[in-house]
Design a protein around this ligand. Structure first.
Ligand SMILES: *Cc1c(COP(=O)(O)O)cnc(C)c1O
Length: 398
């Protein structure tokens, strides 16, 4: 039995991810991400409709996939989400500090924040006897609400089926002693985004077995949850009473979309302004290492975003942005804070808007395009958009 009581810690204050736009100054920001709360709400409803009556947990980890956790949480709760999911407990405490009262689960046991999290009604996840002991001994004033995690095949976290009987028996003992309460049993899919993969059904069956074992030992979990965005699209609630939706809320298509296109609405649009223009002759080298040599005389536009703002440096040779109504290729290397576009002989002026990333409807590149150019997934592009890019919201209902 672990007897160490963690020292009391102060909850982190809510840190706004950006300074508000100065109300007195109508000048545009150099780079901004417009977060469409109506899109978040519509996507929430879309998944709820497919969750077969199960409750929806809006996954707002990593600052709501870069969109702003508290903003997304509120929009999603208003549209029918019942729970919020985060990875770090500290992220859950930040939601509480922002005034969010809804149930929250944090699935990475963060020792320094465990006691405060339990005191602030943040549910925690346990994968082992050691996790359970640590939770029971955290010194909180309240009984911890625990989601017991079974490893059904992802092999990232959770007790294996072999360990499971000992873990649930230990949980039942601690529950009888009033130290904690097992509110849920859960697992995570490894192939939710792989159409028709048999792994999804196998994992659902293994979780059902785990729930039966827990019940036979006397646990009475009120909630079970397995499916993520792809899981819901393929298998609804997968036999559970709750689903955990992340990517889809933000409009990321985790599965190939049909001929009608996506039914989800991308919620982030990143724009910048041209801050400089120059003319160069043919045969000039551009940027660091002269990675591009001009073939003809042309004009170059400077855009104040770079890899520190989340535009992957490796995307440089493939990337383009939309300036006014027209695409313009990135030339030279993407640098930390700036990028250069070839705008040819078009009448571009300083201050003109540049669409860096949009919903695809207006011909600007999407997060999926940036992901393809960089050998990654849209999730990594969206979570990578940095703190210097000012977040502003649209489509809010309150
Ligand atoms: C990120 C995450 C989710 C959300 O998955 P999506 O595929 O983004 O819907 C759900 N559960 C866990 C444990 C996660 O880490």
């Amino acid at each position: 039995m672990v007897t160490t009581v963690l020292p009391a810690v102060r909850a982190p204050r809510a840190e706004p991810p950006f300074l508000p736009h100065p109300a007195s100054d109508p000048a545009p920001e150099l780079a901004e991400a417009r977060i469409d709360l109506a899109a978040i709400a519509a996507n929430t409803r879309w998944f709820r409709d497919r969750a077969e009556g199960a409750a929806l947990m809006a996954v707002v980890k990593a600052d709501g996939f870069g969109h702003g956790a508290a903003l997304v949480a509120q929009a999603s709760l208003d549209a029918g989400a019942a729970w919020l999911g985060v990875a770090r407990l500290r992220e859950g405490l930040a939601l509480r500090a922002a005034g969010v009262a809804a149930p929250v689960l944090g699935w990475l046991l963060e020792p320094a924040w465990l006691r405060d999290s339990v005191d602030r009604r943040i549910d925690v996840s346990a994968s082992s006897v050691e996790d359970l002991d640590r939770i029971a001994a955290c010194g909180a004033a309240r009984r911890a609400e625990v989601h017991l995690k079974l490893d059904t095949g992802m092999h990232r976290a959770g007790a294996t089926l072999a360990e499971w009987p000992a873990v649930v028996a230990h949980a039942a003992r601690l529950e009888r002693r009033g130290r904690l309460h097992v509110r849920a049993i859960w697992s995570h899919l490894s192939h939710g985004d792989v159409p028709g993969d048999p792994q999804t059904g196998l994992q659902a069956a293994t979780l059902a077995t785990g729930v039966e074992i827990a019940r036979s030992i006397g646990l009475r979990p009120e909630v079970t949850h397995l499916a993520n965005s792809g899981g819901v699209i393929q298998a609804g609630a997968a036999g559970c009473s709750m689903v955990r939706v992340g990517a889809g809320l933000y409009g990321i298509d985790v599965l190939p979309v049909g001929p009608g296109g996506s039914r989800l609405r991308p919620a982030m649009r990143v724009t910048a302004r041209v801050v400089g223009l120059r003319s160069v002759g043919a045969g000039e080298g551009i940027g660091y290492g002269h990675a591009t040599i001009t073939r003809r005389a042309t004009r170059l536009a400077l855009v104040p975003m770079g890899y520190a703002d989340g535009l992957p440096r490796v995307a440089g040779p493939h990337a383009w942005m939309r300036v006014g109504e027209v695409p313009a290729p990135v030339v030279g290397r993407i640098s930390m804070d700036q990028v250069i576009l070839d705008v040819g002989d078009r009448p571009v002026r300083v201050g003109d808007p540049v669409t860096v990333l949009g919903d695809g409807a207006d011909g600007a590149p999407t997060a999926a395009d940036w992901a393809r150019w960089s050998g990654t997934i849209p999730h990594e592009i969206l979570t990578g958009i940095g703190g210097r890019v000012i977040r502003r919201t649209t489509g809010g209902t309150r």
